[in-house]
Write a protein that binds this ligand. Structure first.
Ligand code: MSP
Length: 645
């Protein structure tokens, strides 16, 4: 059977600015989709690159007082150097200054010229350098370009024009007959609405006397090619148009990914150019929204441009990848903030996924000597199996539809299900009862198998984390069951007897308070110095604190909180204490332990639960340098309720 081909592309980025969050988002999405397509069995090619000709670049180079050539080499290298930091794995990085690209642009221009779709004329129009195109009156807001907030320049010159208008009806028909040609739907509607007015022809040249940094027209050396006519063709060059085998193989699977800013060139110029060149149209155009920063447009002048390399350093690459894919509803705008990325790291990653992994692996270590046990074939428990298969179906559907946030939501529903499975099945209680060994083994196997399936679906989103999970589970990354959803997306493919490996925690929690403390300090109002030796207390004050030994009899996580555990303790009467130790302790490890509590604290409600007292903890740093809490313990022989004095 022939495999489906997928050819995914990003825009080629202008080299007049360094890579920022917006470029990183598009490229991470393309990488994720490329990896996901491989996982669903497609034959995939992924291309990104840089757009290096045109007015904008010449202006930027002049500002830096360097030649355009040197300037584009520098910035293009910055893009190329950034992508490995984000685990981007492309097949070709194309530059519009590459020799093969120049050849293909000239080939297409000649072909379209020969067929009569390019003509010479005088033109007068309003030109926006930021957009690199002539704008029409109705695109202006208060006489200015709405994207660049500058008045376009009136330019009159003789130029070459592409008969775009000739293809207007053909394009409308194509979009109407192929509802998935431009998605999400709001962008398809936008294009159709634009096409409801007559289309102008497209000016595709610039006089070399005004701009010589570009590709010379093959039929008139006094002109260079308009940068958009040049840039869009990169999608063909990169796969060997017109005669290359790759072109024959991959073009039918072409899917372009862009943001809403460049919808018109991709949905109107490009398909009509392809029609004129006699080539098939691309399959799909996926259009996403814009990232703002703290609800504000990202811009150099506001000084709020977010650099991906910095984010990776601050939060880790997989936290960054997960965050941008989970946080943005594809097609809509989203807002970036450090608080939002920390919240996702601590809740979804450190708490939900990270804890599920570390608890499950440490229980298999403890109860099964680090070897995945044999499940009981006659056991009727299919809770996790059913939830896992539902997750894989939802995930595959949404990721294939470019609804990454929904795909990840489906995965995290399953993570929640697996965490609940631990609470409900209480493996620590099964482990205390010899007669329940077989059941314990089934529960442990089911958890191990759930983690394998999670590693499989997370491969496209967080490749490094998926690899760490596989390592911990003792699964070789090249193992057959981890290559495609078809071969690995079934229940029960983990091999009993597999030895688990020691692994580190997947996601350290990020301490918001510490980060804020580490930020450059804002001047604080001078504090009054306390008398009394810096806050020493009288013995009577200390005596008023009722410290007691308490025995933990039950422990569970508090729903919707990544910090809190609900403990039932005997001291000696039974009481409930809500404690902020979930990031450092597993509930099952606490049951049966003697801890120290403040017994006479005024009760308070935390997340709707009445907490009667406080558990004492000590702060320390673990081997990875993360802040942890440990509970102060009292010897097991001490009776619950004993006073500490
Ligand atoms: N060179 C053209 C594209 C030619 S493609 C044949 C160009 N370059 S660009 O550097 O301006 O990149 C625009 C693209 O960068 C957007 O379409 C989007 O992919 C990404 N983004 C830039 N800023 C963005 C945000 N603030 N938010 C999300 N993505 C954005 O246009």
């Amino acid at each position: 059977m022939n495999r489906k081909t997928t050819y995914i592309t990003t825009p080629i980025y202008y080299v007049n600015a360094q890579p920022h969050l917006g470029h990183a988002y598009t490229t991470v999405v393309a990488d994720t989709y490329s990896r996901f397509s491989r996982l669903r069995g497609d034959d995939v090619r992924f291309q990104t690159g840089t757009d290096e000709h045109g007015d904008k670049i010449v202006e930027a180079a002049a500002k830096e007082q360097v030649e355009p050539r040197q300037y584009v080499d520098n910035i293009s290298a910055m893009f190329r150097d950034t992508w490995p930091l984000l685990t981007i794995d492309y097949d070709r990085f194309i530059r519009t200054t590459d020799e093969d690209h120049i050849g293909v642009v000239r080939h297409i221009l000649q072909k379209v010229y020969d067929s009569g779709d390019i003509y010479f004329d005088e033109y007068s129009g309003l030109y926006c350098t930021g957009c690199e195109r002539f704008l029409i009156e109705r695109e202006l807001v208060d006489g200015k370009c709405p994207d660049h907030l500058v008045e376009p320049k009136e330019i009159t010159e003789q130029n070459y024009f592409f008969k775009m208008s000739k293809y207007q009806q053909q394009l409308i028909d194509h979009i109407t007959n192929n509802p998935e040609f431009v998605t999400p739907e709001r962008y398809r509607n936008e294009v159709l609405s634009f096409l409801s007015d007559p289309l102008d022809d497209l000016c595709i040249s610039r006089p070399a006397s005004r701009l010589d940094w570009g590709i010379k027209l093959p039929f008139d050396e006094n002109y260079v090619t308009y940068v958009w006519f040049d840039a869009l063709i990169n999608y063909l060059t990169g796969i060997g148009y017109p005669d290359g085998e790759r072109f024959a193989h991959y073009w039918a699977g072409a899917e372009h990914l862009i943001a809403k800013d460049i919808l018109k060139p991709h949905a109107i110029y490009w398909p009509t150019m392809l029609m004129a060149a006699g080539a098939d149209l691309y399959q799909k155009l996926h259009v996403h929204g814009y990232w703002n920063v703290d609800e504000t447009k990202m811009s150099k002048s506001l000084g709020n441009v977010v650099r991906p390399a910095q984010l990776v350093e601050d939060f880790g690459v997989d936290t960054f990848r997960y965050f941008i894919l989970r946080e943005m509803s594809f097609g809509l705008d989203a807002s970036f903030s450090s608080d939002a990325i920390i919240a996702r790291n601590n809740a979804d990653l450190a708490n939900d996924l990270g804890n599920l992994f570390s608890r499950s692996v440490s229980m298999i270590e403890k109860y099964c000597d680090s070897v995945l046990p044999e499940p009981d074939g006659t056991d009727s428990d299919t809770v996790l199996k059913d939830a896992a298969l539902k997750m894989i179906r939802g995930y595959a559907q949404h990721m294939g539809d470019f609804k990454f946030h929904l795909g990840l939501q489906a995965v995290w529903e399953f993570v929640g299900e697996a965490n609940r499975y631990i609470v409900v099945n209480e493996p620590w209680a099964l482990a205390r009862d010899e007669s329940r060994q077989v059941r314990l083994h089934t529960v442990m196997y089911n958890l191990g198998e759930s983690l394998r399936l999670l590693a499989l679906v997370l491969k496209p989103v967080m490749p490094g984390t998926a690899e760490k999970m596989m390592h911990g589970l003792g699964i070789a990354p090249g193992s057959d069951v981890m290559q495609t959803l078809e071969r690995g997306g079934e229940w029960g493919l983990s091999k009993p007897g597999t030895a688990l490996q020691k692994s580190q925690s997947l996601f350290p929690r990020i301490d918001v308070k510490k980060r804020k403390d580490a930020a450059p300090a804002k001047p604080k109002p001078a504090q009054k110095k306390k008398k009394n030796g810096g806050g020493a207390i009288e013995f009577d004050q200390f005596k008023a604190v009722d410290l007691r030994v308490a025995r933990v009899v039950a422990a569970e996580r508090v729903a919707k909180s990544d910090r809190l555990l609900k403990l039932s303790v005997l001291a000696p009467e039974e009481r409930t204490i809500v404690s902020g130790i979930a990031g450092s302790c597993q509930p099952e490890d606490l049951v049966g332990r003697n801890v120290v509590i403040v017994a006479n604290l005024k009760p308070v409600k935390l997340m709707g639960i009445l907490s009667e007292g406080m558990v004492l903890t000590a702060e320390y740093k673990d081997e990875n340098g993360n802040d942890r809490l440990t509970l102060l313990a009292a010897d097991q022989s001490v009776k619950p309720g004993s006073r500490i004095a």
